[in-house]
Every structure is written in C-alpha cells, then in structure tokens.
Design a protein around this ligand. Structure first.
Ligand code: FAD
Length: 383
C-alpha cells in the first residue's frame, strides 16, 4: 500500500488529503492508500472570514474546527510540530518519530513573526486571537483614528487589508461614528494588489477613496510606540486603534531543509508543483513562483486549493502507473469584501501574458454571497 505524507492541515493540505482519498477509492472500511497528515495546531482556522470577525459579523468559534474531525477514509492526522523534513528520502520527523512515504506534499503555509513589538500596541488580524481582540476594542470605540498597517512584504491574501479597512469603515458608519473617526491604511506596497496590474490597482484605490479611507502606499514602518507609527520616509502617524499584518517567513523547518530555494520559500515547477525532488510537491503559500512581470504569484487560498486538486489527481495517476495529465494555470476567482453586504468578484489569470491579469467587477450582492457560501461549504465538505 502506498503512503502519502501531507505536511500541514491548512487549505492546501486538507484539499490534497480529501482528493487523494477520493481518487484512490478509499472507503470507510477499505484503505487502499494511507494518507498521513501532519499538523502542529489543534484548530484549523478559515482565514478568509477573519475580516468579518474583526467587525463582529462572526463569532470566533464559527471560524475553526478541530483537525481531529477531518473525516476522510484512510486518513490519519498526526498532531505535532514537524521537526525535520528529508525530501530526498521522503521522510518527516514529528514528535521524535520518523515517517516514510512514497509521495510528499508540503503545504506548510507561512510562519508569522511579529516585528517592532507590534503586538504590544495593536492586533494581528491575520490570527484568530488578534482579530477577536480587535473586535473587542472596536465594540468599545467611541471615535478616533484607526490604522490598518501592512508591516512588511510579502503577505498572503493581498486584498485582506483593504477588505478589513472597507468593513471597518462600514462598521464605523453604521454605528454613527463617521464624523469623529478616520480609517487609514499604511503599506510598503506601491499600490493595492500590485500583482494585478495598474488598472485593477487603480480601481481598488477608487473604492477606498469613495469610502473616505485614507491610503498611504510606499510607507514601510520602522518603529511603533503606544499611539505612534514611524516610517522609513520620516513620516509618522498618531493612531488610537491599530490592526496589523505580521511579517511572513517560510517556516523554519523548511528554511533549514534542502527544499528551501534562495528566497527561503520552496521553488517548484509552476505547472506541476513538483519540487526538484521527484514525487515531492509543494503547494500554496510556501511556494515562490515568479511571474513574467517580476512579481511573485500571490499567496491566496484559491490557488492553494487548485494546486492541491491538481497534485492529488496527478499523484493518483502515478499510483495507477499513468502519466500525470493536469497542470496549474495560474487561474482563480477571488471576492473582495466592500461592506454593505457587497463584494467585488475578481477573475485572475496570471500565467497568460495576453490577459489583463485580474479583472475586477463592481461590488455586488452575489459576490458577497459567493464568499459566504465558500465559508459554509468549506466546513460542510471537510469536517
Ligand atoms: C485575513 C485573511 C484573509 C484571507 N482571505 C482570503 C480570501 O478571501 N481568498 C483566498 O483565496 N485566500 C484568502 N486568504 C489566504 C489563505 O487563507 C491562504 O492563502 C491559504 O490558507 C494558504 O493555504 P496553505 O495550505 O498554503 O497554508 P495554510 O492554510 O496556512 O496551512 C498551513 C498549515 O501548516 C501548519 N504548519 C506550519 N508549520 C508546521 C510545522 N512545523 N509542523 C506542523 N504543522 C505546521 C500550520 O499550522 C497550518 O495549519 C486569507 C488569509 C488571511 C490571513
């Protein structure tokens, strides 16, 4: 019987496990393929809903499930921190024990690091705890300056700070606080969602402007104190409430392994997602895929999911002694929350040089409900 090692039970890992089990014909009492999933956390958090949690549209417990509830035939979840990865021999070490596989799929996401003591003064809204605490502060907020800070590049979900700002503006307005509150975004980016091209970046800037949100690109934070942000261009900002994105790094277990490329992230064939080691794949946020524009493929869940489906399918074919026949094409759909029950659908085509890259529609109710449905379906399908 073949054994598949899946590293990480986030978006990519869960989809890979489900798809391999389905493809290989595992059933409740028939295990044809052994699927071992390694995960350090007990909770699997659905991150796209964190901006809703910030403004009280979700309770924390609506955003996660226990990973032990992953119910897939032939799957075993091993809860523990991965200590070592040996891609050449397809081995992982967890809780002091070594596991050997025939195939390996690495989906370990990003390691979040807090620089400048940001967590002493503000809230990391890329975590369940930080988004929850931000909401507790917002509930008691009576007006003032709210800052959304992108602390460094790259960061996953490039629309998330903009969604957070637009939802916060919505909250402020509907709670009668507009006249004495300002919402500002500070970021080192040159413009919002740079990978998407100038047209879409300008459209998103237009949405922010229409809502009266101040936007300060090209601002790299250098120090933070209570109520004050300082930037490398010598500017500063006095804030009352701060939400921030953490620094993103490749997880240390990968940086210390032979899988790490020059950047520390994992280099892959951008179509098959196979690494330089045969039968070892990497998907999702942990990969670095440079595009023709010189910007890397954004780290978004929709790509992690598509890549997982393709890799699972191709591993299934290999196990059947058939050639892999699916490739990842850099396509996906993304929904950018605007507030007022609206979201802008954005169609992404990043491998096709003849396409505009990303096409964003005006905010619409259907976009919001598509995002709502994606959350419900995720929990229904997987747990
Ligand atoms: C606020 C926010 C909003 C977002 N909104 C969207 C959206 O609207 N649409 C969208 O497409 N994407 C969105 N994303 C991005 C999306 O969540 C990620 O791109 C996606 O989860 C990446 O999947 P992954 O499998 O690569 O990594 P993850 O889902 O992060 O999974 C990695 C897993 O590996 C585990 N792990 C790491 N190191 C170890 C170790 N040493 N040992 C054991 N386990 C380990 C982690 O605990 C984690 O469970 C959002 C993200 C955030 C933070």
């Amino acid at each position: 019987m073949k054994t598949i090692l899946i590293l990480g039970a986030g978006t990519g890992g869960i989809v890979t496990a489900k798809e391999i089990s389905r493809y290989s014909g595992n059933e409740e009492d028939i295990t044809l393929v052994k699927i071992l999933v390694f995960e350090k956390e007990e909770k699997s958090v659905f991150s796209p809903s964190l901006p809703w949690l910030m403004v009280g549209d979700r309770k924390p417990k609506q955003l996660y499930e226990n990973i032990k509830k992953l119910n897939t035939a032939g799957l075993e979840v091993i809860n523990g921190e991965i200590e070592e990865v040996d891609p050449k021999n397809i081995l992982v070490k967890v809780n002091g024990k070594v596991y050997k596989g025939d195939y390996m799929v690495v989906s370990l996401g990003v390691e979040q690091v807090i620089d400048h003591n940001l967590d002493k003064f503000g809230y990391n809204f890329f975590s369940l705890e930080g988004a929850t605490q931000f909401h507790e502060k917002l509930e008691n907020f009576s007006g003032g300056k709210i800052a959304i800070l992108v602390s460094s590049l790259p960061f996953k979900s490039p629309a998330a700070p903009y969604e957070a700002a637009m939802l916060i503006e919505d909250y402020v307005r509907s709670h009668g606080l507009s006249s004495n509150t300002e919402v500002s975004i500070y970021t080192p980016e040159k413009g919002p969602m740079e990978f998407a091209g100038k047209e879409m970046s300008d459209e998103l800037k237009g949405l922010l402007k229409g809502k009266g949100i101040n936007y300060f690109p090209d601002h790299q934070v250098t120090s933070v104190t209570e109520n004050n942000l300082k930037f490398s261009n010598s500017e500063s900002y006095e804030y009352d409430l701060l939400a921030f994105t953490p620094t993103h790094r490749s997880p240390s277990v990968i940086r210390n392994s032979t899988l790490a490329g020059k950047s520390g992230w994992v280099d892959v064939d951008r179509n098959t997602m196979e690494t330089k080691f045969p039968d070892v794949y990497a998907i999702g946020d942990i990969t670095d895929i440079p595009l023709e524009t010189g910007i890397s493929l954004p780290k978004i869940g929709v790509f992690a999911r598509h890549q997982a489906e393709i890799v699972a399918h191709n591993i299934g074919r290999k196990m059947d002694n058939k050639d892999p026949d699916q490739t990842f094409t850099g396509e996906g759909e993304y929904f950018i929350e605007y507030g007022k029950g609206l979201a802008s659908p954005a169609e992404i085509h990043l491998y096709d040089p003849s396409s505009p890259g990303v096409k964003m529609k005006e905010p619409e109710h259907l976009g919001h409900w598509s995002k709502w449905w994606a959350e419900k379906y995720w929990f229904f399908k997987n747990f």
